[in-house]
Ligand binder design. Structure first.
Ligand SMILES: [Zn+2]
Length: 423
């Protein structure tokens, strides 16, 4: 994607450097919020949105233009008389990065401060490696993206990071992450700030940023109560309540993968038995498929195992199902039903209007979705399901990086005197 031309900038410090976060007063933040929502607006629209007099709006706008945060662009449509001057956030201020680390893949995107993605890249990873190794690689990839923009690392003003485990959001560290115990308390912010010295680094759980991405750039725009469920190597949920991420008291709200489904079930990575994740996520699907291949209930899976050198991948189970293999279909339906049973409890508890399903296993298509829907509808209160929509996210791997960028932008434009984020 190419960056938009900035040749029409007028009256602003074109290449202002900032010390993140951007410091603004509460009046100025109202203008920035409106601009983040609408992209570009005129001075009179700012008066209307804020309810300020034209003089007051002009004064606040001048202050933001003088700081280099806003630029005027002469593109307004005249309703008779002079064309109104439009304003937008100065996209030359610097860059924002989004890093989304999954258990087996990482996605990185570089955007300008309006959130427009300029470059992105993806590659496989393995969170069983050390955090130094994985974040070191993230740093290298981000530097490559920055070089393609002829920029320097100190121009990165914000980095949003999503990681697959429970995050203490205030400290920006993982706490007892079952998939990668070595990462506990690893100082992600400090590590990245060694290279990106001007950046404000904000770390969150991977599913929370996916929920945020769905809300800001996907089908959940304008939806105030929804759940984003990621089904991959693990299972987790991001909860948007009243339009905002609900992290709970310590940051681990939505960790539904460790809700118990069967006390006698298989051992989970968290140390308990029969967690939803251990019963229904990618590795569980694979281990059931291996069993079906070994015991002869699925000739197709058995054949796949032989040609894969003894291995079966989750996508093989999906392929076998598509070829009409009953054992593969049963495995996928069982997973869907267990996930749906847990979601039914959440629906009764939280009453969302929408559930979006993403992650690698979401590629499994309709059999999984139908099983999830059936279980939710069967077990939830009728009132809670009257308007409930359950569907796959269409954002694929974009949900995480877009959410990470949005999170970093929220921080960048945070109020000076408030820890709360912008909407
Ligand atoms: Zn568990």
């Amino acid at each position: 994607m190419q960056k938009t031309s900035a040749s029409n900038l007028t009256g602003a410090k074109k290449n202002s450097r900032l010390t993140a976060p951007i410091m603004v007063n509460s009046a100025e933040v109202m203008i920035l919020r409106a601009l983040r929502r609408q992209g570009k607006i005129s001075r009179s629209e700012i008066s209307n949105i804020t309810g300020w007099s034209k003089a007051k709006a002009s004064q606040e706008i001048r202050s933001l233009v003088d700081k280099g945060y806003l630029v005027e662009i002469g593109e307004g449509i005249s309703k008779g008389g002079r064309k109104p001057g439009l304003l937008r956030i100065n996209d030359q201020l610097g860059y924002i990065a989004g890093i989304d680390i999954g258990a087996t893949s990482l996605d990185i995107a570089l955007a300008d401060v309006t959130g427009l993605v300029l470059q992105r890249c993806s590659e496989p990873t393995d969170v069983k490696l050390s955090p130094e190794s994985v974040f070191g690689r993230c740093g290298e990839l981000l530097l490559e993206l920055i070089r393609t923009q002829s920029a320097t690392p100190d121009q990165v003003l914000g980095i949003g990071v999503g990681v697959p485990g429970p995050v203490d959001f205030a400290r920006g560290v993982l706490v007892a992450p079952p998939l990668m115990p070595e990462w506990e308390n690893f100082p992600i912010r400090d590590f990245l700030k060694k290279t990106f010295i001007s950046a404000f680094v904000v770390v969150d759980n991977d599913v929370n940023i996916m929920a945020l991405g769905e809300q800001r750039a996907g089908d959940a725009a304008g939806i105030d109560h929804f759940i984003f469920v990621k089904i991959g190597t693990g299972i987790g949920a991001g909860i948007i309540s009243n339009g905002k991420i609900h992290r709970g008291s310590d940051g681990c709200a939505g960790d539904i993968g460790h809700i118990c489904v069967d006390k006698e079930g298989p051992l989970c990575s968290c140390g308990n038995q029969g967690c939803l994740e251990a019963m229904a996520a990618g590795p569980a699907i694979v281990s059931k498929a291996l069993e079906a291949a070994r015991n002869g209930t699925s000739p197709i899976l058995s054949q796949m195992r032989e040609s894969n050198g003894g291995l079966i991948r989750p996508e093989d189970v999906n392929a076998a199902c598509r070829e009409g293999d009953q054992a593969a279909l049963d495995i996928i339906r069982d997973s869907g039903q267990m996930i749906g049973d847990v979601l039914a409890g959440l629906v009764n508890f939280f009453n969302p209007s929408h559930i979006f399903i993403g992650g690698g296993i979401a590629n499994f298509g309709n059999h999984l979705l139908v099983a999830i829907r059936r279980a939710v509808l069967h077990r939830s209160l009728p009132l809670a399901t009257t308007h409930l929509s359950i569907k796959f996210s269409r954002m694929s791997s974009n949900a995480g990086v877009m959410g990470a960028i949005s999170l970093a932008l929220d921080y960048l434009f945070a109020l000076e005197d408030s820890p709360h984020f912008m909407n």
